[in-house]
Design a protein around this ligand. Sequence first.
Ligand SMILES: [Fe+2]
Ligand SMILES: [Fe+2]
Length: 362
Amino acid sequence: MSLGLDLSYLERSARGEFDLGWLRDTDTEWGVRAVPSKTGLTMRDIFIGSYGEVPEHAPLRTMAPRGSDVAPDVPDMGYTINDKSEVWSDNVLDLYEEAVSRQWSATRDIPWGDLAPLDPDVEHAMCQLATVLSEVEMVAADFPAKWLWRINHDFVEAKMFLCTQVMDEARHTEVFRKRALANGGGLGKATAVVERFLQLILDADSYDEGSALMHLLGEGIVLSLFRAGAALAPSPVEQQIFRLCMQDEARHVAYGTMHLRYRLERDPSMAEDFHAYLDKGEEIMAMIFTTPEIVEPTAILAAGSVEAARDLGAAAGDVLRLQIVGDYLKRCDHAGLDRRGRLHLPDAIVQGVPGAMAGAAA
Ligand SMILES: [Fe+2]
Ligand SMILES: [Fe+2]
């Protein structure tokens, strides 16, 4: 392959014989002027002119910015995701801005020095939960990373948002490892059921499938766990960890929910495909509720000790179960996918969740 090296250009330009083709022969939008908003010059502020027009189907597969004048010999990058609706969401520009402005440091922004010895049951429970969370977080970086290079550059804002997600998840992986190792408890147990769910996401045949399983279902569960964690935190240190992670996770879930909505609004016939993906995901979700390594630490954190959790029985874990399933159903509704009629969760798991029992699979 020749890159067309023209050494005579060196001599011509040295003599002042500029080419200036880029200046004269280019179809530029002279005069286009983005106006900064209150917070600075945002992605939404520059969403103007032809740059602000995102094609439904990308006409080229190059890395050129939208709105630029693309030379005819620019190579084809081989993107496989070339339809806007495959990755777009109406909130993606704002979510990117929010992600960039709300980055935090697991080293600096957690008051690690305030950690005090905890009751051993509680420390063990906290460390087991931290182990599971640290284990699952990185799949939400691996999955976007796997698909990022396949996404057409015309949808660069979605790519940029996914890049922020990759960084967020690195930090979540980091903060839970740090918590497990910072107060004497150490890392706990990894289980097959959790890893099987991660594998389902990583091995998904399409971005559609993986995004539904991860952004909507998996990260939705994690968001509910963070929310519960902030309430169950044994000290202000964990409270701050959960609070900061929750901010990030809410963005990932907001993208996934609004993306699915965008996708379904443009092609309602895809609903059945998404139902099928979630059928699979819910089977694993059900197994998570019967995994002691997840259920028991949260019950112990809620009750304060192993004995207290035993005394409370099912009630100790119910709060989390109701929250996870309830939040999940609401998110599906918001995305425009009504799962109430076909939840693949046993009655024992959906019991008590408003509206969930109707038609639930046994
Ligand atoms: Fe995360
Ligand atoms: Fe996430």
